[in-house]
Design a protein around this ligand. Sequence first.
Ligand code: SAM
Length: 570
Amino acid sequence: MALNKFMHPRNIYKKKRPNFKELAIKYPDFRSVVTQDLTGKVILDFKSPEALRALTCTLLKDDFGLDVELPLDRLIPTVPLRLNYILWIQDIVGKREENVIGLDIGAGASCIYPLLGCKLCPTWKFICSEIEEENIHFAKKNINGNGMEGRIELVQTSSTDGLFELLNNRKESLDFCMCNPPFYADSLEAQGISNCRNLDRPEPKSINTGNEQECIVKGGEFEYIKKMIGDSLKLNNKVRVYTTMVGRKSDLGRLRAELKKNNISNIGETEFCQGRTMRWGLAWTFDDTVVFPKSEFQVKKKSTGDKPPLTHIIPTGVCKEYNVPMAWVKIKGMLDELQVHHKGVKATTTEITLNLTAKENTWSHQRKKKRQQMRAKLFEEKRKHYESPSKDRQVDDLRVVEHNQSEGMEELMEDNQEALVRKRKLEFEDEYRNEKARRMDDNDVVSSGKSHIKGPESLEPASAEYDAQLTNAQPSSSNNPDMGISSAVKTENRPNELVGKSAETESTGPKEAVPVTVNTAKTEDKDFLFKTKLSIKQVQEDVVMELVYIEGQSRELMHQFMQYFKNRLK
Ligand SMILES: C[S@@+](CC[C@H](N)C(=O)[O-])C[C@H]1O[C@@H](n2cnc3c(N)ncnc32)[C@H](O)[C@@H]1O
């Protein structure tokens, strides 16, 4: 899947996708939740909490030798994404073998980070905190069940307790702390009713089993992490490296700014990629000797400017038959309408690739353009009317008066039709002058070569759901059993773990207006706005449209271009 190549290099799921068939043969619990289709494909229903739980428990057992019990009504963590975080911590802490002690804030019922951390690093120890009774009950069971009670200490705290309250009275210093904070600010946001960046995003394909306390915190993840930053200022070197997961790219930018505002300059960032979903890791320290590693994603981005493609899953209803050729017919029609050149079509039944060159911004402000056209048409009619011989006009004006008399009471107040005709004439003359002035203004904007164009609010993969559980799962086959993990097409709700229909952007739906200067001036032989590679491909059950930036004046324009397709293809 699009972002799997950016999974942590040591993540075992980067190359090896779980084989559902093998797992079903080996583990009866897993077998009991999967089905087989007529071709023998083993299928997992990612909307079923039982199936998600079985998958997580089976992977933890098969790949890490961990025995984990999970309730069905609490967050069920996706293993590959959690593994990325632990491996990043390992990179930061370094190869120090002994006396490493870390803190996991909000262990959840699974206690997945401490358990994975202890399995991967046999001498590490963890403190972990949790506020929720049922989670504490299960986390304890999981710690004891894996014989980790000597290495993982579970501390019950209250929801008002932060890092400072937890650590201030403790003697030991810690090597790191980590956190996967509750994400949503309120239940409306959690249900995708408010603050939903992507209104046209399809329903998540997997279920979020997390309860309110696990997923919701006042002020959302931004406020939660901001408090963490405040606490770190008080605790200073008591923790060598502070880290957290961040679910929204826009929050990442705000948090970076918050760190800088507090004069914290040694900051590290990384991406946690899985399928089409991306989340972020943010780290900071007061220790100058800490050097934060660069992720493959950052290295690649720097050296080649390579960014993940923009992707849009084409909803099933938009073409007669849901397949690549029919989607191409639809998209080609739109390209022709927009007068965007395309060439070099390479086509198979499952993938079509071609190069597009956009010379003019024909996709922005479509509604405004229509309004302007309507206004121009009306204006033209009025102009003709105004310039017509005065006798005819008077008759027309009288008709208007009659019409208005039947329409509005205020017109009935006037009993002198002559007076009304004069009033209308004055109004129209005013309107005529205003329209003329407006048109001149519009022309000014055009001639200065600038326009204000709405742009994507941020380049986020997509968008989000609460935890991995929100795993945008997809039925997998034994040949291609990515458990919906890699093929997951993230949707909006929680900053997706699995979701992420738009890998780079997570952004669709109504956007903030971002002023963009469109410079259509020719630069040497570059008489175009941008060039992009368009692919329409079958990705398991989905038909996906993908844009890869080639060159041009602004990447932002390609985002707007994609947004146009997202708005039309829904
Ligand atoms: C998003 S879940 C993460 C669970 C687990 N770490 C994982 O990644 O699957 C957040 C967890 O933090 C807990 N939590 C919320 N506020 C907390 C606080 N102030 N202190 C400790 N834990 C908290 C919630 O109960 C929940 O289990």
